[in-house]
Design a protein around this ligand. Sequence first.
Ligand SMILES: [Zn+2]
Length: 261
Amino acid sequence: MPEYQQPPKSNKISPNSPIHSHFIEFPVPASVLVIVAHADDMDFYCSGLLAKWIKQGTEVNLVVVTSGDKGSNVFGTDPQRLVLTREQEQLASAKIVGIQEVVFLHYPDGELVFANKRNLQSDIVRQIRRFKPEILVTHDPMTRLKRVHSDHRTVGEVVRDAAFPISEICNCYPEQINLEGLETWQAHRLMYFDTDLPNYFVDIQEVLQTKIKAISQHCSQEYIFTGGSASCITNRASKIGAKYGLEAAEEYLVINLVESH
Ligand SMILES: [Zn+2]
Protein backbone atom coordinates (compact mmCIF):
# COMPACT_ATOMS: atom_id res chain seq x y z
CA MET A 1 0.00 0.00 0.00
CA PRO A 2 1.62 3.28 -1.04
CA GLU A 3 1.93 5.85 1.70
CA TYR A 4 0.75 8.76 -0.43
CA GLN A 5 -1.53 9.21 -3.40
CA GLN A 6 -1.55 11.89 -6.03
CA PRO A 7 -4.25 14.53 -5.74
CA PRO A 8 -7.05 14.15 -8.31
CA LYS A 9 -6.60 15.73 -11.72
CA SER A 10 -8.76 18.77 -11.25
CA ASN A 11 -8.23 22.39 -12.11
CA LYS A 12 -10.32 23.24 -9.04
CA ILE A 13 -7.35 22.60 -6.73
CA SER A 14 -5.20 25.64 -6.28
CA PRO A 15 -1.48 24.94 -6.79
CA ASN A 16 -0.86 27.03 -3.69
CA SER A 17 -3.18 25.01 -1.49
CA PRO A 18 -1.49 23.02 1.30
CA ILE A 19 -3.59 20.01 0.25
CA HIS A 20 -1.83 19.93 -3.12
CA SER A 21 1.37 18.33 -1.96
CA HIS A 22 0.40 15.36 0.15
CA PHE A 23 -2.54 12.98 0.19
CA ILE A 24 -2.30 10.10 2.59
CA GLU A 25 -3.73 6.64 1.85
CA PHE A 26 -4.40 3.72 4.18
CA PRO A 27 -6.65 0.63 4.41
CA VAL A 28 -10.21 0.68 5.77
CA PRO A 29 -9.74 0.30 9.56
CA ALA A 30 -11.18 -2.53 11.65
CA SER A 31 -12.13 -0.20 14.50
CA VAL A 32 -12.61 3.53 15.07
CA LEU A 33 -13.29 5.61 18.17
CA VAL A 34 -14.79 9.06 17.60
CA ILE A 35 -14.39 11.55 20.45
CA VAL A 36 -16.39 14.78 20.17
CA ALA A 37 -17.31 17.71 22.38
CA HIS A 38 -21.07 17.79 21.75
CA ALA A 39 -23.99 15.68 20.63
CA ASP A 40 -24.29 16.41 16.84
CA ASP A 41 -20.53 17.06 16.23
CA MET A 42 -20.06 13.50 14.91
CA ASP A 43 -23.04 13.87 12.60
CA PHE A 44 -22.02 17.26 11.26
CA TYR A 45 -18.29 16.69 10.79
CA CYS A 46 -17.58 13.03 10.06
CA SER A 47 -20.71 10.87 9.71
CA GLY A 48 -20.13 10.49 5.95
CA LEU A 49 -16.73 8.84 6.41
CA LEU A 50 -18.03 6.73 9.31
CA ALA A 51 -21.10 5.53 7.37
CA LYS A 52 -18.87 4.48 4.47
CA TRP A 53 -16.46 2.58 6.70
CA ILE A 54 -19.28 0.94 8.69
CA LYS A 55 -20.74 -0.36 5.42
CA GLN A 56 -17.36 -2.00 4.80
CA GLY A 57 -17.28 -3.68 8.23
CA THR A 58 -15.57 -1.14 10.50
CA GLU A 59 -16.68 -1.10 14.15
CA VAL A 60 -17.26 2.50 15.24
CA ASN A 61 -17.89 3.72 18.79
CA LEU A 62 -18.55 7.29 19.94
CA VAL A 63 -17.64 9.32 23.04
CA VAL A 64 -19.50 12.62 23.64
CA VAL A 65 -17.59 14.66 26.22
CA THR A 66 -20.06 17.36 27.29
CA SER A 67 -23.74 17.11 28.14
CA GLY A 68 -24.74 19.78 25.63
CA ASP A 69 -26.65 21.59 28.37
CA LYS A 70 -26.08 25.08 26.88
CA GLY A 71 -27.29 24.14 23.42
CA SER A 72 -30.42 26.27 23.22
CA ASN A 73 -31.19 29.82 22.08
CA VAL A 74 -34.16 30.05 24.45
CA PHE A 75 -33.17 31.85 27.66
CA GLY A 76 -34.02 29.84 30.76
CA THR A 77 -34.19 26.43 29.05
CA ASP A 78 -34.14 23.63 31.65
CA PRO A 79 -30.60 22.23 31.24
CA GLN A 80 -31.45 18.76 32.58
CA ARG A 81 -34.34 18.37 30.17
CA LEU A 82 -32.10 19.56 27.34
CA VAL A 83 -29.42 17.00 28.26
CA LEU A 84 -31.94 14.16 28.09
CA THR A 85 -33.26 15.42 24.75
CA ARG A 86 -29.80 15.75 23.26
CA GLU A 87 -28.71 12.31 24.42
CA GLN A 88 -31.81 10.75 22.87
CA GLU A 89 -31.14 12.65 19.64
CA GLN A 90 -27.53 11.42 19.62
CA LEU A 91 -28.57 7.81 20.23
CA ALA A 92 -31.09 8.02 17.38
CA SER A 93 -28.57 9.48 14.94
CA ALA A 94 -25.84 7.04 15.98
CA LYS A 95 -28.23 4.21 15.13
CA ILE A 96 -28.76 5.66 11.65
CA VAL A 97 -25.01 5.94 11.02
CA GLY A 98 -24.43 2.42 12.42
CA ILE A 99 -22.38 3.30 15.49
CA GLN A 100 -22.14 0.45 17.97
CA GLU A 101 -21.97 2.23 21.36
CA VAL A 102 -22.27 5.83 22.55
CA VAL A 103 -20.59 6.95 25.80
CA PHE A 104 -21.59 10.27 27.43
CA LEU A 105 -18.96 11.73 29.78
CA HIS A 106 -21.28 14.50 31.09
CA TYR A 107 -18.83 17.40 31.38
CA PRO A 108 -20.52 20.84 31.52
CA ASP A 109 -21.14 22.29 28.06
CA GLY A 110 -19.08 25.37 27.10
CA GLU A 111 -16.79 25.04 30.12
CA LEU A 112 -14.16 22.47 29.09
CA VAL A 113 -11.37 25.06 29.28
CA PHE A 114 -12.10 25.22 33.02
CA ALA A 115 -12.40 21.44 33.50
CA ASN A 116 -9.89 19.41 35.51
CA LYS A 117 -7.63 18.35 32.59
CA ARG A 118 -6.20 15.38 34.45
CA ASN A 119 -9.68 13.99 35.05
CA LEU A 120 -10.65 14.67 31.44
CA GLN A 121 -7.49 13.00 30.11
CA SER A 122 -8.04 10.01 32.41
CA ASP A 123 -11.65 9.65 31.22
CA ILE A 124 -10.53 9.75 27.58
CA VAL A 125 -7.58 7.38 28.09
CA ARG A 126 -10.03 4.95 29.75
CA GLN A 127 -12.23 4.91 26.64
CA ILE A 128 -9.21 4.46 24.33
CA ARG A 129 -7.96 1.52 26.43
CA ARG A 130 -11.46 0.08 26.56
CA PHE A 131 -12.33 0.24 22.84
CA LYS A 132 -8.75 -0.28 21.51
CA PRO A 133 -9.40 1.63 18.25
CA GLU A 134 -7.14 1.46 15.22
CA ILE A 135 -8.08 5.07 14.41
CA LEU A 136 -9.13 7.96 16.65
CA VAL A 137 -11.27 10.69 15.06
CA THR A 138 -11.66 14.07 16.76
CA HIS A 139 -11.60 17.89 16.46
CA ASP A 140 -8.48 19.58 15.08
CA PRO A 141 -7.08 21.52 18.07
CA MET A 142 -4.56 23.42 15.96
CA THR A 143 -6.68 25.04 13.28
CA ARG A 144 -5.89 28.73 12.81
CA LEU A 145 -7.92 29.72 9.80
CA LYS A 146 -11.35 28.74 11.16
CA ARG A 147 -13.39 29.96 14.10
CA VAL A 148 -13.27 27.30 16.82
CA HIS A 149 -15.52 26.51 19.79
CA SER A 150 -13.30 26.26 22.89
CA ASP A 151 -14.86 22.86 23.77
CA HIS A 152 -13.79 21.56 20.34
CA ARG A 153 -10.24 22.84 20.80
CA THR A 154 -10.01 21.39 24.32
CA VAL A 155 -11.27 17.95 23.30
CA GLY A 156 -8.85 17.89 20.35
CA GLU A 157 -5.90 18.79 22.60
CA VAL A 158 -6.73 16.26 25.28
CA VAL A 159 -7.35 13.47 22.75
CA ARG A 160 -4.05 14.27 21.01
CA ASP A 161 -2.08 13.80 24.23
CA ALA A 162 -4.12 10.78 25.32
CA ALA A 163 -3.63 9.12 21.92
CA PHE A 164 0.15 9.47 22.08
CA PRO A 165 1.80 8.54 24.29
CA ILE A 166 -0.33 8.49 27.47
CA SER A 167 -2.74 5.62 26.69
CA GLU A 168 0.22 3.41 25.81
CA ILE A 169 2.19 4.04 29.04
CA CYS A 170 1.29 1.52 31.77
CA ASN A 171 2.31 3.88 34.59
CA CYS A 172 -0.13 6.55 33.41
CA TYR A 173 -3.43 6.00 35.20
CA PRO A 174 -2.23 2.59 36.52
CA GLU A 175 -5.49 2.19 38.46
CA GLN A 176 -7.21 1.59 35.12
CA ILE A 177 -4.94 -1.43 34.69
CA ASN A 178 -4.78 -2.63 38.32
CA LEU A 179 -8.37 -2.06 39.33
CA GLU A 180 -10.40 -1.84 36.14
CA GLY A 181 -8.73 -4.62 34.17
CA LEU A 182 -7.87 -2.46 31.16
CA GLU A 183 -4.70 -2.75 29.03
CA THR A 184 -2.48 -0.10 27.49
CA TRP A 185 -3.27 0.77 23.89
CA GLN A 186 -1.63 2.62 21.01
CA ALA A 187 -3.96 3.71 18.22
CA HIS A 188 -2.37 3.66 14.75
CA ARG A 189 -3.72 6.97 13.52
CA LEU A 190 -5.32 10.20 14.62
CA MET A 191 -7.76 11.91 12.25
CA TYR A 192 -8.79 15.53 12.72
CA PHE A 193 -11.95 16.95 11.16
CA ASP A 194 -12.69 20.66 10.74
CA THR A 195 -9.04 21.14 9.84
CA ASP A 196 -7.39 23.83 7.74
CA LEU A 197 -4.56 21.48 6.73
CA PRO A 198 -6.26 18.44 5.17
CA ASN A 199 -4.25 15.53 3.76
CA TYR A 200 -7.13 13.10 3.27
CA PHE A 201 -10.51 13.40 1.59
CA VAL A 202 -13.41 11.02 1.09
CA ASP A 203 -16.22 11.01 -1.47
CA ILE A 204 -19.46 10.94 0.57
CA GLN A 205 -22.01 11.23 -2.25
CA GLU A 206 -23.29 7.66 -1.70
CA VAL A 207 -23.91 8.30 2.03
CA LEU A 208 -24.99 11.95 1.87
CA GLN A 209 -28.64 11.07 2.56
CA THR A 210 -27.56 9.04 5.60
CA LYS A 211 -25.60 12.05 6.86
CA ILE A 212 -28.60 14.36 6.33
CA LYS A 213 -30.92 11.89 8.09
CA ALA A 214 -28.47 11.62 11.00
CA ILE A 215 -28.15 15.38 11.54
CA SER A 216 -31.94 15.77 11.22
CA GLN A 217 -32.35 13.69 14.40
CA HIS A 218 -30.93 16.65 16.36
CA CYS A 219 -34.21 18.60 16.29
CA SER A 220 -33.17 20.70 19.32
CA GLN A 221 -30.22 22.06 17.32
CA GLU A 222 -32.09 22.94 14.14
CA TYR A 223 -32.07 26.64 15.17
CA ILE A 224 -28.31 26.72 14.44
CA PHE A 225 -28.75 26.04 10.72
CA THR A 226 -29.80 28.97 8.58
CA GLY A 227 -31.97 27.49 5.83
CA GLY A 228 -32.21 24.12 7.57
CA SER A 229 -29.73 21.38 8.42
CA ALA A 230 -30.26 19.43 5.18
CA SER A 231 -29.21 22.33 2.95
CA CYS A 232 -26.33 23.28 5.28
CA ILE A 233 -24.97 19.72 5.18
CA THR A 234 -25.39 19.54 1.40
CA ASN A 235 -23.72 22.90 0.85
CA ARG A 236 -20.78 22.06 3.13
CA ALA A 237 -20.24 18.68 1.45
CA SER A 238 -20.48 20.31 -1.97
CA LYS A 239 -18.04 23.10 -1.06
CA ILE A 240 -15.44 20.61 0.21
CA GLY A 241 -16.14 18.27 -2.73
CA ALA A 242 -15.50 21.07 -5.24
CA LYS A 243 -11.87 21.23 -4.07
CA TYR A 244 -11.41 17.62 -5.18
CA GLY A 245 -13.62 17.48 -8.27
CA LEU A 246 -16.37 15.62 -6.36
CA GLU A 247 -20.07 16.24 -5.76
CA ALA A 248 -19.77 15.79 -1.98
CA ALA A 249 -16.81 15.17 0.30
CA GLU A 250 -15.35 15.37 3.81
CA GLU A 251 -11.71 16.18 4.49
CA TYR A 252 -9.33 15.37 7.34
CA LEU A 253 -5.81 15.78 8.64
CA VAL A 254 -4.40 12.29 9.30
CA ILE A 255 -1.45 11.82 11.65
CA ASN A 256 0.33 8.46 11.91
CA LEU A 257 1.03 7.50 15.53
CA VAL A 258 2.96 4.31 14.80
CA GLU A 259 6.14 4.36 12.68
CA SER A 260 5.17 1.44 10.41
CA HIS A 261 1.74 2.88 9.72
ZN1 LIG B 1 -19.69 21.07 18.98
